[in-house]
Write a protein that binds this ligand. Structure first.
Ligand SMILES: Nc1ncnc2c1ncn2[C@@H]1O[C@H](COP(=O)(O)OP(=O)(O)OP(=O)(O)O)[C@@H](O)[C@H]1O
Length: 257
């Protein structure tokens, strides 16, 4: 069970209301898309949920438990996993090692045990390795496990990051522009992975510029403009919403889908 509930969320920078009065509920097992023209507040919202920014007001709850005062690493332990837009990989490590880092974010063996190499730690390490191999399998990268991470093309690096996030067995998966910089076949592959996760019941929040990509993958889409929610509904409902069309046309980005 993983329901994300956001109420009255706000964050300003100087005089700019980057996110204002945002209410958002993502149901357990739902894939929710967040779209909006440039400067709409998507990244700010993402960072407020991940814990990389603190809200000025409002509340964020996962399964009824408040998240908004916790730092990012404590949110990770609560089950929030993030795939950042900018590829943060450890290039000198193997693909498998990169993915194992994800599970360490949620592991419970403890720092002291790790330092002393206690048996509990070694058992945890074995378990983490198994989880990482399972995550690589889910994203179709099993055969690259022992390769250097830097040798992967960008599409597979993105899939590796997704595997890293999955390795922590997240309740909530946050995807920040996962399709950016990918070529069409790589986008297609990534979309199929996200679809499979959805079928497995993963709760996901997807922030994307690529409206077609979001529409294809999301149960519902929330549209932000100038920090506020201007529309919410199925991809089809949102695409036809006059407020959405005018927000996109107003910025010269073209129609919403
Ligand atoms: N750290 C910051 N300092 C000052 N202003 C900021 C900061 N972060 C965001 N803003 C402002 O807040 C507003 C929302 O920005 P944000 O980056 O969240 O939008 P976005 O929807 O992610 O945009 P884009 O699609 O261009 O990435 C913008 O007006 C932006 O200039």
């Amino acid at each position: 069970m993983a329901e994300l509930q956001i109420t009255g969320l706000g964050r300003s920078f100087g005089g700019v209301h980057a996110v204002q009065d945002v209410d958002l509920t993502v149901a357990d097992g739902e894939t929710r898309g967040i779209i909006g023209p440039n400067g709409a507040g998507k990244s700010t919202l993402f960072n407020l949920i991940s814990g990389h920014l603190r809200p000025d007001r409002g509340a964020i709850r996962l399964d009824g438990r408040p998240l908004d005062r916790l730092p990012a690493h404590r949110r990770a332990r609560r089950g929030v996993a993030i795939v950042f837009q900018a590829a943060r990989i450890f290039p000198g490590m193997t693909v498998l090692e990169n993915v194992m880092v994800g599970a360490h974010l949620r592991a419970s063996a403890g720092f002291t045990a790790a330092v002393l190499r206690l048996p509990a730690h070694r058992a945890a390490e074995r378990r983490i390795r198994e989880l990482a191999l399972g995550s690589l399998d889910r994203v179709g990268l099993s055969d690259r496990a022992e390769d250097p991470a830097a040798s992967l093309p960008i599409g597979q690096q993105r899939a590796m990051q997704l595997a890293r996030a999955l390795c922590a067995d997240p309740d909530l998966l946050l995807l920040d522009e996962p399709a950016s910089g990918l070529r069409a076949p790589e986008r297609e592959r990534l979309a199929s992975i996200v679809e499979e996760l959805h079928e497995d019941g993963q709760t996901t929040l997807l922030i994307e510029h690529d409206v077609a990509f979001v529409s294809r993958l999301s149960d519902r889409v929330t549209v932000l403009d100038l920090g506020r929610v201007i529309a919410e509904g199925t991809p089809e409902q949102v695409r036809r919403d006059p407020a959405v069309v005018s927000a996109y046309l107003g910025t010269g980005e073209g129609a919403a889908a």
